[in-house]
Design a protein around this ligand. Structure first.
Ligand SMILES: CC[C@@H](C(=O)O)C(=O)SCCNC(=O)CCNC(=O)[C@H](O)C(C)(C)COP(=O)(O)OP(=O)(O)OC[C@H]1O[C@@H](n2cnc3c(N)ncnc32)[C@H](O)[C@@H]1OP(=O)(O)O
Ligand SMILES: [Co+2]
Length: 135
């Protein structure tokens, strides 16, 4: 089962400008900045109640965020849900006919294992599953 709305991922062109904008909008500073080399993105995180806003800027032409912004305006790029057991949820969603973009969970930002569901199989919304890594 998908539990909490973990974060909304927002695609931005200028991470510094977007961070300043969301700091003003949310009335608080971000709690984390992280480069995720495997996704070729720089991220900035804000905590909003039990959920987060994840600002994402591409760091290479091959980044999903760079490619997305070549065709679409800045804004909501994906919706991420928390799960307790990502492998079990991946198996459940596969069996339900959803197209997963990863065979195996991969390391995401903010100490999470993540997996993406193709927007074509999820009503036009790119969905991310997130499981916290307990260290
Ligand atoms: C920081 C790590 C992690 C975290 O821990 O939180 C992240 O959030 S990383 C975020 C960036 N990484 C990803 O998005 C990885 C998963 N995404 C992908 O694999 C690809 O982006 C994609 C979804 C498979 C699309 O890639 P591709 O097929 O190469 O792009 P196209 O431009 O050809 O798109 C095909 C089709 O899909 C529509 N599309 C693309 N992206 C989105 C989106 N974010 N939301 C909704 N729809 C999307 C696109 O419009 C095309 O549709 P049509 O034009 O109708 O064919
Ligand atoms: Co994300």
């Amino acid at each position: 089962m998908l539990t909490n709305l973990e974060h909304l991922g927002l695609a931005v062109k200028d991470l510094t400008a977007a961070t300043a904008l969301y700091t003003k909008l949310l009335g608080q500073e971000p709690y984390k900045q992280e480069h995720v080399a495997s996704e070729a993105v720089d991220t900035v995180f804000f905590q909003v109640g039990g959920s987060k806003i994840e600002l994402l800027a591409g760091t290479s032409p091959d980044s999903a965020i760079t490619r997305y912004l070549e065709k679409k305006p800045e804004g909501i790029h994906h919706v991420a849900f928390e799960v307790d057991d990502i492998r079990a949820e991946m198996a459940r969603l596969r069996a339900e006919g959803f197209q997963l973009l990863n065979e195996e969970p991969k390391r995401g930002a903010d100490n999470k294992l993540v997996c993406f569901v193709h927007p074509k199989s999820a009503g036009g919304v790119l969905v991310e599953l997130c499981q916290s890594i307990k260290e």
